[in-house]
Design a protein. Structure first.
Length: 112
């Protein structure tokens, strides 16, 4: 990690557009497993990402060897689970290929 900024690197409208078109990739096996452990489908992940607000933003993380990630913490209720408490999710991502693809680095319940 090289640095942290308190202003989003990615436009939230681009994030929502990529989410709504389901243009989402997972950065690694752990991200995929975390989503499976939540019993979320790709459509749930996309819906959650499309509902992010500026108030959910926490920070941008800059790296030496790759593009930055924006970090969000958001509350999300999966469709059909309205009678349960919302999940408090830690979400970290970047946008690739001129904002056409959202690469999801983290998507799990907050651990702190």
């Amino acid at each position: 990690m090289v640095g942290i900024n308190n202003k989003p690197n990615y436009n939230l409208n681009d994030v929502k557009s990529a989410s709504k078109s389901m243009s989402i990739e997972f950065r690694g096996r752990k991200t995929r497993l975390d989503i499976l452990n939540l019993d979320y489908r790709l459509s749930d992940v996309a819906l959650c990402l499309s509902q992010l607000t500026p108030d959910d933003y926490r920070k941008t993380i800059y790296y030496e060897d790759r593009i930055p990630d924006d970090e969000y913490i958001s509350y999300f209720t999966r469709p059909g689970n309205e009678h349960f408490e919302p999940d408090k999710l830690y979400i970290k991502f970047c946008l690739l290929e001129d904002c056409l693809i959202l690469e999801l680095a983290s998507f799990h319940l907050t651990r702190f």
